[in-house]
Write a protein that binds this ligand. Sequence first.
Ligand SMILES: Cc1cc2nc3c(=O)[nH]c(=O)nc-3n(C[C@H](O)[C@H](O)[C@H](O)COP(=O)(O)OP(=O)(O)OC[C@H]3O[C@@H](n4cnc5c(N)ncnc54)[C@H](O)[C@@H]3O)c2cc1C
Length: 447
Amino acid sequence: MNELQSPGKETRSRQALIVGGGFAGLNAALQLGNVKGVEVTLVDRHNYHLFQPLLYQVAMAGLSPADIAAPIRSLLSAYQNISVLLGEAQSVDLAGQKVQFDFGELNFDYLVLACGATHSYFGHNEWEKYAPGLKTVAHATEIRKRVLSAFEHAERITDPDEQKKYLTYVIVGGGPTGVELAGAIGEMSRFTLSRDFRRINPSHTRVILVEAGPRILPMFSEQQSNRAARDLENLGVQIWTSSVVTNINEEGVELGEERINAATVLWAAGVEASELGKSGGMPVDNRGRVIVEPDLSIQDHPNVFVAGDQSSFTHQTGNTLPGTAPVALQQGTFIGKTIREELTGKPRSKFRFHDKGQMATIGRSRAIVELGRFKISGFIAWLAWLVVHIFYLTGFKNRVLVVMQWAWSYLSFRRGARLIVDRDSSSEPPKAPEAKPEEEVPVSSEP
Ligand SMILES: Cc1cc2nc3c(=O)[nH]c(=O)nc-3n(C[C@H](O)[C@H](O)[C@H](O)COP(=O)(O)OP(=O)(O)OC[C@H]3O[C@@H](n4cnc5c(N)ncnc54)[C@H](O)[C@@H]3O)c2cc1C
């Protein structure tokens, strides 16, 4: 028995090992808190639980990282039977019932894998350095740095073509994250920054949302997708549908013969599950998600569960459940409950997802909401989006801070977290000659 797993506790307790403290892992742990007969160890490579649906607000300088992240340790501190460890899982040994971490090995009676997903560049990992994706706090602060630095750089240079390049933002991927990023840049350039610069006019910024499919937000109805497109266009965003990116480099984006010169390219196009499932010899689908049974365990290993973005569950509709927070949250809760009830001899049930609808936000006061045939859009939808996101935000302090931040940003059109904190001169674009102070630098007004 591993000392880390049961410091001074009875050895008869079952050991539940949870890897990942996102929506799925955290909610599995919460179900097992203070439950007799089980010792829980939750391991995450970060010491915080991150509310990813608001990550774009950090990337777009609306919120600070601490507003949307809470220490996992403190979220679980009320439960004496739960230990939280900081570490990265490297491999799973199903037969030996153990997981190898960067700090050592842990055994398990029950294993819950909830490591989430990361973005996929469809075999072009070399694009990542030119087009960061948005998945972690580090990604969000990197994107914030690039977006803000491009405006700063444009203000410093005189060459109109170069300026145009620095004031062109391309977002690849027309799903909810791409739409949120494009809307936020459109809004920031037209409202928040418009009075702050002297040599450039930020409202002449080009924001281009590139989508390979025929329309943005394909998971929504056509009517809602069209409404979102109109709202984005009102914020100055150009939407290029049926456009496939063929290359990304330091000059911008290529779409076959077409090229867009852009200093800032953001990736919101594809995701693939954590590699841990595949490397452990588990059955996986074409996106690396572990194929699970109706009770979320894996075939021939009823004590090993996989939840959230890392799992592929098809037993309800025939289609794989989407990688969303409600799916992860409900699956984590189900698994925790299953383990808890099994300890008292109850038989297992099948997981069923309760769909509470989907929503996406566009800029500061517009959104679309859809639940079956019920659809709303515009300001009312945005209010609904706001309430839901604040309700689900983990930790009371976060909620209060976020509401205050939003209220201030909404009333003042400002973005409080507009800081470039780690300006790295090596990642700066090449230095152009400084404009003389008396020179007014004209900016092309072409869209
Ligand atoms: C920018 C963005 C916006 C989104 N917006 C929405 C939205 O509006 N609505 C919605 O429903 N969903 C949204 N999602 C999707 C939603 O956030 C995910 O579906 C959800 O977070 C999945 O939860 P999870 O627990 O499976 O994984 P995650 O929340 O990703 O958690 C995985 C955890 O595992 C840890 N981990 C990963 N690998 C290891 C390892 N090897 N060892 C140890 N720990 C590890 C990570 O640090 C992380 O804490 C968004 C996602 C992103 C990225």
